[in-house]
Design a protein around this ligand. Structure first.
Ligand SMILES: [Zn+2]
Length: 141
């Protein structure tokens, strides 16, 4: 009860993902977009699979999506993750998929296509990580 909440480990920041983690520090949820054809790609990678351009930029996302699939990992235990947690694949409104944790809900209560929204939580190293939680189906903005 009185135990202090342990922070998650700092993210593994690469040259391709640095823009993502910088935005997350400011609670902005972004994806990599091709500067030439506009294609969104998640996770970030050096080259556009559509037009082979290496130019890219960060594009702001709504942070809203629906649950595509979900699972509770049982083994092996990961440092910084206490107890059980849900790993979910989220279909974002913008048409890309994002793997994250689904919080604030019991595993048994999760349903396919459930509306979810992003929120951010501190990690070690001063970063913020985007996580997802249920949202009311009617909530627009
Ligand atoms: Zn492209």
């Amino acid at each position: 009860m009185a135990s202090e909440k342990k922070l998650r480990p700092a993210p593994w920041v690469t040259r391709d993902s640095e823009f993502f983690w910088s935005a997350a520090k400011e609670d902005r949820f972004v994806a990599q977009a091709c500067s030439d054809c506009g294609e969104l790609r998640s996770p970030p990678r050096p080259m556009c699979p559509q037009c082979h351009s290496v130019a890219s930029e960060a594009r702001a996302l709504s942070g809203r999506g629906t649950v595509y699939s979900w699972v509770i990992p049982r083994y092996p235990p990961i440092p910084g993750f206490e107890g059980t947690y849900i790993v979910a694949v989220i279909d974002l409104e913008e048409g890309i998929r994002f793997v994250s944790n689904l919080c604030g809900i019991e595993y048994e209560a999760v349903t396919p296509d459930m509306p979810v929204e992003v929120f951010f939580e501190d990690t070690e190293g001063g970063y913020r990580i985007p996580l997802f939680r249920p949202r009311a189906a009617s909530s627009g903005a």
